[in-house]
Design a protein around this ligand. Structure first.
Ligand SMILES: [Mg+2]
Length: 249
């Protein structure tokens, strides 16, 4: 993949980048020192590698932006994301709005945009051209698996994610010129799940859907979950140890 590639990955937050539900207890629980959040294994290495492939990262979540900002700050990964948008700021799956803001022309949406999330209804892009990586077991799988998947898609698609998906789905990577002389392919390949092996990472399922985004997912839960990365939450700054003032505002 020699030409410079410029793409965007839109990440869901909870259950995709980590597990942050204990943030809701922050500044409320008397046992502050026990509060932990969990990061997806190898997340920073994966973000760095994806950045070096030419991707820009954003977070789009149903949570409030304050919650999201604190989650990313605690992970010490906030600087990897150009935008962190939450409840009331942008609707989930907003391909049109993100593309507009980032000046991505419509003919590049499929090639350069990828949505990643652990929820099959909330997290997909709302456009049938843009690929969705569904990962219900994100926290148990190294984020480097995402890098391997993206590399495979870009390699197969000559730098185009959607084309990589189509070619992998059809297993007709790098077709010869004479293949183009073939009679038009059948147009009814709607909802055709196909299983493909990703070297060193196991089986993936690629699903084409009528008028909805294509989906790529690991077929199985990791047999041996990646080691969890637990990070303690910082104590509230205003009242470091004072147990009398942990009344929520
Ligand atoms: Mg989620």
């Amino acid at each position: 993949m020699n030409p410079p590639f410029s793409g965007v990955i839109v990440w869901d937050l909870d259950g995709t980048l980590g597990v942050f539900d204990q943030l809701a207890l922050w500044n409320r629980s008397p046992a502050q020192s026990l509060l932990m959040i969990q990061a997806r294994p190898d997340l920073e290495a994966a973000l760095n590698e994806l950045t070096s492939l030419g991707f820009i990262h954003r977070v789009l979540t149903m949570a409030t932006s304050r919650y999201a900002e604190m989650a990313l700050a605690t992970l010490q990964l906030r600087h990897h994301f150009i935008a962190v948008e939450g409840y009331g700021q942008r609707g989930k799956g907003d391909v049109v709005g993100i593309a507009e803001e980032m000046e991505i022309p419509a003919q590049r949406w499929g090639a350069s945009m990828l949505f990643i999330g652990d929820h099959p209804m909330m997290d997909p892009p709302r456009d049938p051209r843009v690929l969705f990586h569904y990962e219900p077991w994100a926290i148990e799988r190294s984020a480097l698996a995402v890098v391997a998947m993206v590399r495979e898609l870009l390699d197969r698609g000559d730098g185009d994610l959607a084309r990589g998906f189509t070619r992998w789905h059809e297993a007709t990577a790098r077709r010869s010129w004479w293949d183009r002389l073939r009679f038009r392919r059948r147009s009814s390949n709607h909802f055709e799940p196909t299983e493909r092996e990703l070297a060193d990472h196991g089986w993936m399922v690629l699903v084409n859907r009528k008028e909805e985004c294509p989906v790529i997912a690991f077929r199985e839960r990791p047999i041996i979950p990646a080691n969890p990365v637990m990070i303690p939450l910082p104590l509230p700054e205003a009242n470091p140890i004072d147990s009398n003032s942990d009344i929520d505002e």
